[in-house]
Design a protein around this ligand. Structure first.
Ligand SMILES: NC(=O)c1ccc[n+]([C@@H]2O[C@H](COP(=O)([O-])OP(=O)(O)OC[C@H]3O[C@@H](n4cnc5c(N)ncnc54)[C@H](O)[C@@H]3O)[C@@H](O)[C@H]2O)c1
Ligand SMILES: CC(=O)N[C@@H]1[C@@H](OP(=O)(O)OP(=O)(O)OC[C@H]2O[C@@H](n3ccc(=O)[nH]c3=O)[C@H](O)[C@@H]2O)O[C@H](CO)[C@@H](O)[C@@H]1O
Length: 464
């Protein structure tokens, strides 16, 4: 994987004098050395996609233990379908090599794919710390013709105002000697590989036209679906933020509507479902809150960073962030209806991650929900066989699914409906158990054992 003068034309894609067909062939053949920085869910999945197209990729991590595990063929992300077996095969076949030596790898690579974590800090400002550190390590090793692709989700203007300036400052190159493009990932946890390989079009936009062209060559070769090129990196970054903000605002609308259920005496999820039969209406489902690495963070890329006011986006955030407390208050009311005080109640949270069938708890609403219930005086028990890292939780006990039947529970809140809960046996609990269905996943007509309990669904009035 060395850069020599004679292979410059085919080993580098930015301002290459090779024809597009030659560039594509060189990329496919592995002649264009690729490094992926960040070996989390995104970076590992991307590494597999690159390796399957080019034959080899170098993955760079900053955690020695994690890198050693991957080097042994072990996949630290075990809830991404097919990823563990692909990582095992790729490390064995030398299609993936991993290291913590950023500078050495950056010196050899000519396509640099950035997949470190971004998001927001505790004060809601964008968190560029991992990105800045990485860029400072890559910069001195950057060569003329190199291409830097930013897959992490970043605020509009990041490639232009942060990525390119740090690389310019740390290298001896001019701006027209290396390319930078925003290529924000649109993958969802649990579907990463499938979605990267072409479920949705890939949006790419460079800091200059040459960067856009080179990025388009790469993604054309990687993907089976369409590549959408936009004229600047800021448009590409903004497009990804628009996607998330659209989702957050519409979820905020759904959650606000759900809060009107009792007053209106109706079933809001059913009303939304019926309204959505018209193509102009696409309201999501009310849920216990929004979690994950981008929905809770991305709106703040606009709220705090733009001088203009953003009342709608802020209001949606406020609604969505208040959902755990809203649900906790609803539970207090339902428990009171069965003469149980929240201070005396043992409450089980079923599903702790932010997405069904995935073990990730980043910004999961269950964290705030358990904190609120514990603050109200309840004893909180969490059950989630997929979650390994429970460090974000405070006043909560954890139990296995099979141990729940031995517990003297007063209430269950369905927070995340993993498939493994389909067989949950409600008949083992003494009625009436207060059951608050936050996902609309319980079907009383299909499961007779539920009928003995006091079941309410979030967004559905009991008088409906
Ligand atoms: N998780 C997803 O499914 C997904 C999907 C779309 C977009 N994204 C975007 O990708 C970003 C990363 O997501 P993730 O879930 O993979 O995050 P993650 O935190 O699981 O992984 C990031 C990895 O980068 C490593 N890292 C940090 N600094 C580094 C450095 N200087 N050099 C090498 N490695 C370094 C960290 O140790 C960590 O293992 C998110 O912030 C988001 O913007 C993620
Ligand atoms: C484009 C965009 O915006 N980003 C995507 C978005 O994808 P998504 O929205 O498909 O992911 P989900 O995991 O399903 O939902 C996220 C949260 O929103 C809650 N939710 C969902 C549907 C609904 O009808 N009502 C809700 O309230 C749900 O409970 C959960 O907490 O977020 C993912 C994670 O950040 C990202 O991976 C993915 O890129």
């Amino acid at each position: 994987m060395s850069k020599t003068l004679q292979d410059t034309q085919c080993s580098r894609l930015y301002r290459s004098s090779a024809t597009p067909d030659q560039q594509r062939a060189a990329f496919r053949s592995g002649e264009v050395p690729v490094a992926v920085y960040g070996l989390g869910r995104l970076g590992l999945s991307l590494s597999m996609v690159y390796a399957s197209t080019t034959g080899h990729v170098v993955g760079v991590g900053n955690d020695q233990e994690r890198v050693a595990r991957i080097d042994d063929g072990e996949c630290p992300v075990d809830d991404e379908p097919r990823l563990p077996s692909l990582v095992r095969t790729a490390t064995t076949a030398d299609a993936l090599s991993v290291t913590t030596r950023t500078g050495a790898v950056a010196k050899e690579a000519s396509v640099h794919v950035i997949a470190v974590e971004t998001g927001i800090r505790s004060d809601n400002a964008p968190d560029f710390s991992e990105l800045r550190t990485l860029l400072r390590d890559i910069a001195p090793a950057l060569d003329s013709g190199d291409l830097v692709l930013v897959e992490s989700i970043v605020p509009p203007g990041t490639c232009r105002d942060i990525v390119q300036p740090i690389l310019l400052a740390g290298s001896d190159l001019d701006a027209d000697e290396f390319g930078v493009a925003a290529c924000p990932s649109r993958a969802t946890p649990g579907r990463s590989l499938r979605e990267m390989r072409g479920s949705y079009p890939k949006i790419v936009g460079g800091v200059d036209a040459e960067s856009t062209l080179a990025a388009a060559v790469v993604y054309d070769e990687l993907r089976v679906s369409e590549v959408v090129t936009v004229n600047t990196s800021t448009v590409a970054e903004c497009a990804r933020v628009v996607e998330s903000v659209y989702r957050d605002v519409t979820i905020g609308l759904a959650n606000e509507l759900a809060g009107l259920a009792d007053e209106l005496g109706t079933d809001i999820p059913r009303a939304i479902e019926a309204a959505n039969t018209h193509p102009r209406c696409d309201v999501p489902d009310p849920r216990p809150g929004t979690g994950g690495y981008d929905l809770p963070d991305t709106p703040y890329y606009l709220i705090n960073e733009c001088a203009s006011s953003t009342p709608l986006i802020e209001a949606a955030r406020e609604v969505n962030e208040s959902m755990p407390e809203h649900l906790a208050n609803a539970l207090v009311r339902e428990l009171a209806a069965t003469d149980t005080h929240i201070e005396d109640a043992v409450v089980l949270l079923l599903g702790l991650s932010h997405h069904p069938n995935v073990g990730e708890t980043r910004a999961a609403p269950s964290i705030e929900l358990s904190n609120t219930l514990a603050r109200f005086g309840a004893t909180v028990v969490g059950v989630d066989p997929l979650v390994e890292d429970t460090s974000a939780f405070e006043d909560i006990y954890f139990a296995g699914v099979d141990h729940v039947r031995e517990m003297d529970l007063d209430a269950v809140v369905v927070v995340t409906d993993h498939d493994v809960f389909d067989e949950f046996d409600w008949s083992v609990f003494d009625p009436p158990l207060v059951v608050l269905d936050g996902r609309g996943s319980l079907d009383g007509s299909a499961d007779a054992s539920l009928s003995a309990h006091h079941v309410t669904r979030f967004g559905v009035s009991s008088s409906n």
